[in-house]
Design a protein around this ligand. Structure first.
Ligand SMILES: NC(=O)c1ccc[n+]([C@@H]2O[C@H](COP(=O)([O-])OP(=O)(O)OC[C@H]3O[C@@H](n4cnc5c(N)ncnc54)[C@H](O)[C@@H]3O)[C@@H](O)[C@H]2O)c1
Length: 355
């Protein structure tokens, strides 16, 4: 890790009760930051947030970002040095079921955050998290670069693309004058895996939930290929971006991709890799009515490599091992928050020390 610039700094994390947000909160807390989380709820039961006792470790406000008055007040009172904005309705399938909530949380939620930081007078570094699904799918094989066209199709992807247009507009309209002290960048990444994810309709959580009850998991499409990137890889990208933007204000207004280095693997290949570490796991294939989902988009992360010196560090086997180890430890220590937190911290330390 580069010089620790987060020690004793105030770090606001929206979506801190979610999968990525809980890992980021633990990471920031371990770096000595004073963390305040804002989320509307705890999206899953169980959750990495509660299992690690994070609810007793960092400050937390329960708030829907729709409530812009309260959001503004919280930010004015806390006076953050860094903001990581992760709060969102993050599931494609749910976005079809409840598009209005998705648009309100993702687009309006981000606009309300931007409104709340418009008049901040102290230096604040803001990282806004969107997705690889913001890109217009041009049916091309090369990885998508930051300057490619935006244009998500499904309600989730479209809401994130629209969010990026709103962010650009806000930056140009309100955050460019000479006295501006708020520096904003956008981070785009794809699906991630790792311990502590309990979301619906994601392969790893679905498997873990079934296997922890000694049941077989139903697999929709075992031949589908996906990138399999560990959550810590992407979070290290967000942290590197905040670090660099803190010193280099020329990055203000820019977007960065954080894609995996591993090739895409089939679901079945991942299941077989998991079985090598956890021999008792079992699965069964079934078919389901499909909803439209953008074809997979590969991300080109050259810009992040050149400017941030960020790169993916974990092999596919390490990615799987860290993920499975986390759930195995959970299955043994279900009631012991300290030991579950220790496992998450150990993984962060392991990752940080990788060359
Ligand atoms: N997990 C992935 O694979 C993935 C991939 C690409 C992008 N992302 C993005 O990363 C971010 C975090 O994803 P995640 O998987 O941790 O999500 P998650 O579903 O685990 O957590 C979502 C968080 O946002 C909060 N939230 C949702 N709507 C809110 C609202 N209206 N007001 C306040 N809080 C609200 C929830 O309470 C929760 O804390 C999201 O912006 C998501 O779009 C995630």
């Amino acid at each position: 890790m580069k010089k620790n610039i987060f020690k004793n700094k105030k770090v606001l994390i929206t979506g801190h009760t979610g999968f990525k947000g809980s890992w980021l909160s633990i990471w920031m807390h371990s770096l000595g930051a004073n963390v305040l989380g804002i989320s509307k709820n705890i999206p899953t039961y169980p959750s990495h947030y509660q299992l690690t006792g994070l609810d007793n470790i960092i400050k937390s406000k329960q708030l829907d970002l729709k409530d812009k008055k309260k959001l503004k007040k919280i930010i004015e009172d806390f006076r953050p040095d860094f903001i990581f904005h992760l709060a969102a309705q993050a599931l494609v399938k749910n976005s079809y079921i409840n598009p209005i909530n998705t648009w309100e949380s993702n687009l309006n939620g981000t606009i309300h955050l931007l409104e709340s930081i418009k008049y901040i007078k102290k230096k604040t570094v803001v990282i806004l998290i969107t997705s690889d699904k913001v890109y217009k799918n041009l049916e091309i094989k090369r990885g998508y670069s930051e300057n490619d066209l935006l244009g998500g199709i499904d309600p989730y992807g479209a809401s994130k693309s629209a969010t990026e247009i709103a962010i650009k507009s806000y930056i140009k309209s309100y955050f460019t004058n000479r006295r501006n002290k708020v520096f904003i960048a956008v981070a785009r990444a794809g699906n991630v895996i790792g311990g502590g994810d309990w979301s619906e309709n994601r392969l790893v959580p679905d498997c873990m939930k079934a296997w922890l009850r000694n049941k077989e998991v139903l697999i929709r499409n075992s031949n589908a290929t996906r990138p399999w990137q560990h959550v810590l890889e992407v979070l290290s990208g967000y942290i590197s971006l905040a670090h660099k933007l803190n010193f280099n204000h020329k990055l203000h207004g820019q977007a960065f991709n954080f894609g995996p280095k591993n090739k895409n693997y089939k679901v079945i290949e991942i299941l077989k890799k998991i079985k090598k570490i956890w021999p008792l796991v079992k699965w069964k294939n079934y078919s389901e009515k499909k909803f439209f989902e953008n074809k997979l988009l590969n991300l080109n992360s050259k810009k992040s490599f050149i400017i941030l010196k960020w790169r993916s560090k974990l092999s596919i086997n390490d990615t799987i091992k860290m993920t499975v180890d986390w759930y195995k430890n959970y299955s043994i220590n279900k009631k012991n928050k300290k030991l579950i937190l220790k496992q998450s911290l150990n993984q962060i330390n392991f990752y940080t020390n990788l060359k």
